[in-house]
Design a binder for this molecule. Structure first.
Ligand code: GLC
Length: 543
């Protein structure tokens, strides 16, 4: 690739505080070699697209050596690239080009569990009960006369017991799939290994880490029962995620791990950061993951559960801003990711869902803090709901019938026929099929088309970068409105930017906010004020 108009990285060590981070689900982003699977070289070729979109950084989901039982969240070698995605040299080329374009790279780190194909787990299997090799994982004897019952009542997040029994009689813990055995983080070798893995990728130039299951590494002493599970009371333990306490999540000791990691990150120049995928009982407990001696951010997932209503959205914003005040760290905003149904579909699907998703984007991008954009949301992609069961690959689908494959369908880039330019010219393969309706949603179909979702994102991201009122990381001021509307301002000196969202179900007169500079649907009216259509949002400016 030739890099035109290089915009070198800024030296700002606080870049992550107001960044827009684009999540790349590597397998589904761009396929450079025509095998139907996205890869690192594919990302490299599409970097100019991301630069032009106006994002600051990419977060890449795991691309490490893996049997791919859980889409790569089952890592067999933390220091290498799976051949499916390319080579370490591809990674190096990709990150060099990204940096030359002013884009930072965040990689996913999966420390709670390894793949069962990891050499440590293979050694543990071979060495047998009581061996030193088993101490790096959580092996235990079962209950019952013959040890035939699991050691406790813990449940896998993917459903079923969190324990699997081996032929030699012992059980091992896996909070996710049986192919993802949990590590024993009280073992010094485990700690040393991951500190080394951090350095390995920092040395290769990564700008940050997304920490998978960051709340999970330490389990309560003695592995106590939860007291209920789907088998006993019908209630799944995972329903307590983000709401209650579980003996296998959010234990105080987990913070020691991050206090050891932070000096490693800080010892590298340029503001290397880490963001936690953490679930905790209260905002206060979630805030404990963030701070000058732990991680830089924790995802705020509340938008993922918010329904389309002014009250619900306002509560999400207020809660997240209050959380960030507790620790003095910026908020993070997430409308979609690779684990949840895409927000176009959550908001009603079809034309209504798309309208609302576009409005939600303007809301999110006007808020202070860091916004995470999931690949394809800038195209307005909906969830693919009708994938044939035999093509679904999510391990949770096999265990509890819940599948995250519908948000992981390869991105449509161009052309008339599926997979719409996902692979090189003429390639017909894609690991999941794109629906026929995606022809009109491709990057090429939307580029330069006024009013397209892609151009809406580009415009909003350009303004977000340039506008003084959005450049600062301060708070927001809510404005009084008619019921069903949300309006807030951000101010820098004389410059005021106001974002108004109409969730009222009827067109709303929006007057006195200044000049409209971007709208998710065209405003009507003029002299007597502007009319903001149903399910629309707009930004207004006054200087
Ligand atoms: C995280 C990931 C998810 C994965 C799980 C197990 O929640 O986002 O995709 O299945 O961890 O690693």
């Amino acid at each position: 690739m030739t890099v035109s108009n290089p915009t070198p990285l800024t030296s700002d060590a606080d870049w992550w505080r107001s960044a827009v981070v684009y999540q790349v689900y590597v397998r589904s982003f761009a396929d450079s070699n025509g095998d139907g699977i996205g890869d690192l070289q594919g990302i490299r070729e599409r970097l100019p697209y991301l630069r032009d979109l106006g994002i600051d950084a990419l977060w890449l989901t795991p691309f490490y050596t893996s049997p791919m039982i859980d889409g790569g969240y089952d890592v067999a070698d933390y220091r290498d690239v799976d051949p499916m995605f390319g080579t370490l040299a591809d990674f190096d080329h990709m990150i060099t080009d990204a940096h030359a374009l002013g884009l930072r790279i965040i990689v996913d780190l999966v420390p709670n569990h390894t793949s069962s194909a990891h050499p440590w787990f293979q050694a543990a299997l071979a060495a047998g009960p009581g061996s030193a090799e088993r101490e790096r994982y959580l092996f235990a004897d079962g209950k019952g006369e013959q040890g035939e019952l699991p050691p406790n009542d813990w449940e896998s997040i993917f459903g079923g017991p969190a324990w699997t029994r081996l032929d030699d009689g012992q059980w091992y813990l896996h909070l996710f799939d049986p192919a993802q055995p949990d590590l024993n983080w009280r073992h010094p070798q485990v700690r040393a290994e991951f500190e080394d893995v951090l350095r390995f990728w920092l040395d290769r130039g990564v700008d940050g880490f997304r920490i998978d299951v960051a709340h999970g590494m330490i389990k309560a002493d003695g592995l106590p029962d939860v007291g209920f599970n789907s088998m006993t009371t019908g209630q799944r333990q995972s329903e307590l995620l983000g709401k209650g306490r579980l003996p296998y999540f959010d234990q105080d000791e987990v913070h020691d791990i991050y206090r050891a990691w932070r000096p490693i990150l800080d010892s590298y120049p340029g503001g290397r950061m880490a963001v936690a995928e953490a679930w905790a009982e209260t905002p206060q407990r979630l805030a404990r993951y963030i701070g000058p001696d732990e991680l830089h951010q924790a995802f705020s997932f509340d938008f993922l559960d918010a329904t389309w209503s002014a009250d619900s959205f306002r509560k999400v914003v207020d809660t997240a801003l209050a959380e960030s005040t507790i620790v003095g760290a910026p908020t993070t905003w997430v409308l979609s990711n690779h684990d949840r149904q895409r927000h176009v579909t959550r908001y009603g699907d079809g034309a209504e869902g798309l309208r609302r998703a576009r409005a939600a984007a303007l809301l999110m991008l006007a808020l202070p803090g860091c916004a995470y954009v999931y690949q394809g949301e800038e195209l307005g992609l909906p969830e693919v709901l009708d994938l044939p069961d035999e093509l679904r690959q999510d391990p949770a689908f096999l265990r509890i019938g819940e599948s995250r494959d519908g948000c992981r369908v390869p991105i449509p880039w161009s052309g008339e026929l599926a997979p719409y330019g996902f692979g090189p010219e003429g390639s017909e393969l894609s690991w999941l099929p794109a629906p026929a309706t995606w022809r009109d949603l491709s990057v090429a179909a939307q580029t330069g088309v006024p009013g397209s979702t892609l151009e809406l994102y580009r415009t909003a991201l350009r303004i977000r970068r340039a506008h003084p009122a959005l450049a600062i990381t301060g708070g927001i001021t809510w404005l009084e409105t008619e019921p069903g509307l949300l309006a807030f301002s951000r101010t820098a000196g004389d410059a005021v930017l106001t974002c108004v969202v109409n969730l009222s179900g009827v067109p709303a007169l929006v007057d006195g906010y200044g000049e409209p500079i971007v709208a998710s649907q065209a405003l009507t009216g003029q002299d007597a004020g502007h009319l903001l259509p149903v399910d629309a949002a707009a930004w207004f400016e006054r200087r």
